[in-house]
Design a protein around this ligand. Structure first.
Ligand code: NAD
Length: 332
């Protein structure tokens, strides 16, 4: 099976090559460019494409892939919001994903992000390097005893809640339309409505998927339901937050601090060296300018363990598809 790997970074190449022994029957073509309507033709002659979170796989791209003979789309991530599943069904393309590569990687990063914004590690790092050892402006607050609201208690949300409850003695409240039986053992209590969670939480952390129900889950109304000075952390998907509304809430001082590993229009900037580029997205530039906003470039997943799991699962998904025409990790 020939597989075109789009959006290849060096760490993808290394981990996929290491996980694919010679003679496995899988032949990889590593392509730097992301998949979109212009690059889809590079998949010509391949049975499968392998893509990540910011590749474009809309109806036009799916049609083009189909015309170039592609049969399978292997996501090397969990979320599949960038794939048009109506189009893949129409053109009989099968889609597989990596449902869990390392929930701990993201949960640990989310907790780190909470600590960073409430204790201002990022500001202290820069200040100390410039020889400024003043503590003014670095006042934080204790995490112990605070109420944290976890939105979405799947694999990542549960672990995040567990670290905060067992490790920091936080009161962890959760909202999820499909509550998990494990939550209680992890020290997490459900509240019946999102509004109740938002009204009680000192810190809100997002761990639900992006779909038509959760798009702009955090908007003017839900931000207004949060406590003044709330800390908001998003390591899930950028589209969960209406950035215009968040900027309004930051400017009014209603939101105290924000940690973002994802941004709704991240695809123009993330996973690319944009340091010599003028940022054209004014909302993105505005977010970067707030002293109390800390951003990273979709990095939460990036651990050695996660990359190995992504490579192993992607390869086994493709082999399953080739051998049986189906896979345990089929999206549809
Ligand atoms: P999961 O599927 O195990 O859990 C998602 C949970 O969200 C489920 O329990 C579901 O019931 C719940 N949910 C659905 N709709 C909801 C709503 N409206 N309100 C509250 N909860 C809702 O997913 P996971 O593995 O825990 O991953 C969570 C998200 O993290 C993924 O969707 C992905 O977007 C993101 N993610 C980000 C990174 C990163 O590097 N930043 C890495 C991996 C995953």
């Amino acid at each position: 099976m020939k597989v075109a790997i789009f959006g290849t970074r060096k760490y993808d190449l290394d981990s996929l090559q290491d996980a694919n022994p010679e003679g496995s029957g899988l032949e990889f073509t590593f392509i730097d460019a992301r998949l979109d309507k212009y690059t889809a033709q590079l998949a010509d002659g391949h049975d499968a494409v392998c893509i990540f979170v910011n590749d474009t796989c809309d109806a036009e791209v799916v049609k083009s892939l189909h015309q170039h003979g592609v049969k399978y789309i292997a996501l090397r991530c969990a979320g599949f919001n960038n794939v048009d599943l109506v189009a893949t069904t129409k053109h009989a393309l099968q889609v597989v994903r990596v449902p869990a590569y390392s929930p701990s990687a993201v949960a640990e990063f989310a907790v780190g992000m909470i600590l960073t914004v409430i204790r201002k590690y990022h500001k202290a790092y820069n200040r100390v390097r410039e020889g400024n050892f003043l503590l003014d402006g670095l006042l934080g607050f204790n995490l112990t005893g605070k109420t944290v609201g976890v939105i979405g208690t799947g694999k990542i949300g549960l672990l995040t809640g567990k670290i905060l409850s067992k490790g920091f003695d936080c009161r962890v409240l959760a909202y999820d339309p499909y509550p998990s039986k494990e939550a209680e053992n992890y020290g997490i209590s459900y509240v019946p409505t999102l509004e109740k969670l938002l009204g009680e939480a000192d810190i809100v952390t997002l761990h639900c998927p992006l779909n038509e129900h959760t798009n702009y889950l955090i908007n003017d109304i839900t931000l207004g339901q949060m406590k003044k000075g709330v800390v908001l952390v998003n390591t899930s998907r950028g589209g969960l937050i209406d950035t215009d509304a968040l900027i309004r809430a930051l400017k009014s001082g209603h939101v105290g601090a924000v940690g973002l590993d994802v941004y709704e229009k991240e695809s123009s900037y993330f996973f690319i060296d944009s340091s010599a580029k003028i940022i054209q997205d004014d909302n993105f530039a505005r977010l970067l300018s707030f002293y109390n906003v800390y951003m990273t470039g979709h990095q939460a997943f990036l651990t050695r363990e996660a990359l190995q799991n992504i490579a192993d699962t992607t390869i086994s998904n493709l082999k399953e598809l080739e051998a049986s025409g189906t896979s345990v990790n089929l999206v549809q």
